[in-house]
Design a protein. Structure first.
Length: 677
C-alpha cells in the first residue's frame, strides 16, 4: 500500500512526463493528464490505486476552475455579450439536453417495439446501454459541454478570439460554464423519487437564490474593501493567502448550505471580478488552478478501463462520433438562426463539437449517484477523450472544411479581399497598419500630416465602419492572413507596422512578410522587451516596447522637473535607447543637423552594397578592419529583407544594407571602404 507522499510523487512525475510529451506534440496539456492517468491507473500498469485522498484533492481543481470562470463573469462583459451568451449559448445547452431526452424516449419506444415483436434479447438496452430518463438528462448536460481549455487556447494561438466566429464561440462557452452551476445541483437530485427530487431542487434553488442575493447585494462592496485593506499591507504572501481563504471559505459556505463547493468558488470569482484586483488575482491563482485541475484529469484517466474499450469498441465509436456530429449540426444551425453567415456558423459548430472538461465532472457525478451504469462509464469517458483528441485537428483544418462545404463563405472572403484591394489599388510606397486602435490611429494621423499614404486593417467591424465614415483608409481584414496583406498591397508597401502588442500574431505576420515580401521593413509594438530579440530574429526591423518607452518618458519628465538641462535629458534618454534598440545607436543625418554642436555627434548611415562594391564576398572584419575602432555596425539587412545581428565573420553580398554608427569622418571612410575598397 503506497503512502500518500508516494502517490503524490507518482502523480506529479506522471503529470510532468505527460505535459512534456504533449508540448512536444503541440497538444493541450489536458490530454497528457488524461493519458498518464490511463497508464498509471488500476486498469493498466496499476502503479497507483484509486486513492480517495488524492481524488478529494483533485476535486479542488474543479473548485479553482469554477473560480477562474467566475472571474470572467463580470456584469459589464455579460451585458456586452448578452445576445450571444443568453441567446446562442442558452439555446445550445437547452436544445442539446432536450434532444438527448427525446432520443432516449425514441430509443425506449424502439426497444419496446422490438420486445413486443419477439426480439426479447434487446429489451434490456441497446448494446448493454439501458438508461432511464433521469440518466438521459444527466447525459444531456454532459453532452452540452465543450472544452473551454482546448478551444480558447487554440483560438488564442490562432489569433481568432476577436473574429466573428471567435466571439460566438466565446459566448457559447461562457454560458456552458455558467450552466454547470445549476447542473451540479440538479444531477444529485435526479436519483431521488419525483416528490423528493422536487423538494430537494426547490430547497436547493431557494437556498442558492437567498445566498446569492445576500452575497451579490452587498458582497461586491465588502469584497472590494477587504481586498483593499489586505493589499495595503503590501505583502504578496498575505494577499495570496487571502485569495485562497475567500475562495475556499465561500466554497465551504455553499457546501454547508447543502449546495456544491463549485458554486461558492464561482460566486467568489464573480465578487472579485468587480474589484480592481481581478487581474492580480488571476495571475496569483493560476498555478493552483492548473496543478489541481491536472490532478483531476489524472483521476479521470484512471477510471478508464481499456478492457471495456476492447469489448465495447463499437459503443465507444458510436459515442465518439454521433454526439460530435449532432453538436456540429445543432450549433451550426443555431448560429445561422442567430444571424451568422454560413461560413461563420459552420466554423462555430466545428469549434464546439467536442466534449468538455465539465462533461467529465458531470459524468463522474452522475455515476456516483447511480444515474449512469458503471459498465458504461469507461466507454463514455473514452469517447469523450477521443472527441477532445480530434479537436486540434478539426480546428486546424476548419478553414479548409468551411471553404470546401460553403461556397458562400468563399464568396464572402473573396468579396472582403476585393474591398481591401479596391481601397489599396492606387496606393504605392504606402504603410500598412495592422490594427487600428489608439496606436494605429495616432500613427495614421502622423502619416497624413507628412503626406505618406497608408492602409489599415482591423477586425473590429464597428471601429472600421466609423473610421470609413470619417474618410480614413481602413478595411475590415485579418492581418495574420496572407490574402488580407496581399490585398492591402504588401508587395508595393514601403513599410508595415504591427500596432497591437501580441507576440504570436506579430510572429505570424513577420513570417508572411519574410516569405512573400522580404524587402518590406516591419515595425512591431510589444508590452516590454522580453520578446525583443525573438522578434528581431523573426525579421522585425524595429521593435518598440511600451514599458521601455513609458519608463524613458517618465524619467525624462522627472529629470526636467528637478532642473536637469533639457539637452542633457535628451542625451541621457538617447543613451538608454541605444542600449536597447539596435537601430537607434545614433541618428540618421539630415539637413537640419549641421549646427556646430551636432557635427561631431555620432550618427547613423545606411550603405547599400552595389553589384560592384569592394566588400562583396568579404567578411565585415575584412572589409572594415581599418575603421572598426571608430565605427560600429548596428545591423545588416540582407537583400532578401532579413535583418541579421552583425558579427565579424558575416560575409557580405550584393544588395545588403549596412547600418553603421560613428562620427561623420569615420562614416565617410567606412562607406569608401565598403564600396570602393
Amino acid at each position: 500500500m503506497a503512502s500518500t507522499l508516494e502517490l503524490t510523487l507518482l502523480y506529479l512525475f506522471a503529470a510532468v512526463i505527460g505535459v512534456v510529451l504533449c508540448r512536444l506534440a503541440k497538444l493541450p496539456p489536458m490530454l497528457g493528464y488524461l493519458a498518464v492517468g490511463i497508464v498509471i491507473g488500476p486498469n493498466a500498469l496499476a502503479l497507483a490505486k484509486d486513492s480517495a485522498g488524492i481524488e478529494y484533492l483533485a476535486e479542488f481543481g474543479v473548485v479553482f476552475l469554477m473560480f477562474v470562470i467566475g472571474l470572467e463573469f463580470n456584469l459589464p462583459k455579460l451585458r456586452s455579450m448578452r445576445s450571444l451568451v443568453f441567446g446562442l449559448g442558452l439555446s445550445q445547452v437547452t436544445l442539446t439536453m432536450a434532444a438527448t431526452l427525446v432520443g432516449h424516449l425514441a430509443l425506449g419506444a424502439g426497444l419496446a417495439w422490438l420486445s413486443a415483436n419477439g426480439m426479447t434479447g434487446m429489451e434490456g438496452g441497446l448494446l448493454g446501454w439501458g438508461i432511464d430518463w433521469q440518466s438521459a438528462v444527466a447525459l444531456g448536460g454532459a453532452l452540452a459541454m465543450s472544452s473551454t481549455a482546448i478551444v480558447v487556447k487554440m483560438m488564442a494561438d490562432r489569433i481568432e478570439l476577436d473574429t466573428e466566429h471567435g466571439r460566438r464561440v466565446m459566448g457559447v462557452l461562457l454560458f456552458q460554464d455558467l450552466a454547470v452551476v445549476p447542473l451540479l445541483v440538479l444531477i444529485p437530485a435526479l436519483g431521488d423519487s419525483a416528490a423528493e427530487m422536487t423538494e430537494t431542487l426547490g430547497w436547493a434553488f431557494a437556498k442558492a437564490a437567498l445566498l446569492l442575493a445576500i452575497l451579490l447585494a452587498g458582497g461586491q462592496r465588502v469584497m472590494h474593501l477587504w481586498l483593499k485593506l489586505v493589499a495595503r499591507r503590501q505583502s504578496e504572501e498575505l494577499f495570496m493567502m487571502n485569495v485562497l481563504l475567500v475562495t475556499l471559505g465561500l466554497a465551504w459556505l455553499t457546501e454547508h448550505f447543502g449546495l456544491s463547493l463549485a458554486l461558492g468558488a464561482f460566486v467568489a470569482g464573480m465578487l472579485i471580478a468587480e474589484t480592481d484586483y481581478k487581474h492580480q488575482v488571476e495571475t496569483d491563482i493560476r498555478p493552483f488552478h492548473d496543478l489541481l485541475l491536472g490532478l483531476f484529469f489524472i483521476t479521470i484517466g484512471m477510471k478508464l478501463d481499456w478492457h471495456s474499450l476492447v469489448d465495447s469498441w463499437a459503443l465507444v465509436l458510436v459515442l465518439a462520433t454521433l454526439p460530435v456530429l449532432f453538436k456540429l449540426g445543432l450549433v451550426t444551425a443555431l448560429a445561422k438562426a442567430f444571424g451568422a453567415p454560413t461560413g461563420v456558423a459552420l466554423r462555430t459548430g466545428l469549434y464546439l463539437a467536442q466534449a468538455g472538461e465539465f462533461g467529465f465532472v458531470l459524468v463522474t457525478l452522475a455515476t456516483e449517484h447511480h444515474l449512469i451504469p458503471t459498465r458504461v462509464e469507461s466507454p463514455l469517458l473514452a469517447a469523450m477523450v477521443l472527441s477532445m483528441l480530434a479537436t486540434p485537428l478539426i480546428i486546424q483544418y476548419s478553414n479548409r472544411i468551411v471553404m470546401r462545404v460553403s461556397s458562400t463563405d468563399w464568396l464572402m472572403q473573396s468579396l472582403a479581399m476585393t474591398k481591401i484591394a479596391t481601397r489599396a489599388i492606387n496606393a504605392d510606397r504606402h504603410v500598412i497598419i495592422c490594427g487600428y486602435g489608439r496606436s494605429g490611429q495616432n500613427l495614421a494621423r502622423l502619416l497624413e500630416q507628412e503626406g505618406i499614404p497608408y492602409m489599415a486593417l482591423d477586425l473590429d467591424p464597428d471601429r472600421v465602419q466609423q473610421a470609413q465614415a470619417a474618410g480614413q483608409h481602413v478595411s475590415f481584414g485579418d492581418a495574420t492572413r496572407l490574402q488580407s496583406l496581399q490585398a492591402a498591397g504588401l508587395a508595393r508597401a514601403s513599410a508595415l507596422v504591427v500596432t497591437y502588442p501580441h507576440t504570436a500574431s506579430a510572429r505570424k505576420i513577420l513570417s508572411l512578410v519574410r516569405e512573400h515580401a522580404p524587402q518590406v521593413p516591419v515595425a512591431v509594438r510589444t508590452i516590454d522587451d522580453a520578446h525583443l530579440d525573438e522578434l528581431q530574429q523573426a525579421g522585425a526591423t524595429a521593435v518598440v516596447p511600451e514599458a521601455l518607452e513609458g519608463s524613458l518618458m517618465l524619467a525624462s519628465q522627472t529629470l526636467a522637473l528637478v532642473g536637469v538641462p533639457i539637452r542633457r535629458v535628451i542625451r541621457l534618454v538617447q543613451d538608454q535607447r541605444i542600449a536597447r534598440y539596435g537601430l537607434l545607436r545614433g541618428y540618421f543625418h539630415g539637413a537640419d543637423d549641421d549646427s556646430v554642436d551636432e557635427l561631431e555627434l555620432q550618427r547613423l548611415r545606411s550603405v547599400t552594397l552595389t553589384p560592384d562594391a569592394a566588400a562583396i564576398g568579404r567578411t565585415l572584419e575584412e572589409a572594415l578592419h581599418e575603421v572598426l575602432i571608430d565605427v560600429t555596425v548596428v545591423s545588416v539587412r540582407r537583400a532578401s529583407g532579413r535583418v541579421e545581428t552583425p558579427s565579424m565573420g558575416l560575409k557580405l553580398d550584393a544588395g545588403d544594407t549596412l547600418v553603421i554608427s560613428g562620427r561623420p569622418q569615420a562614416l565617410a571612410r567606412a562607406e569608401t571602404l565598403l564600396l570602393k575598397g
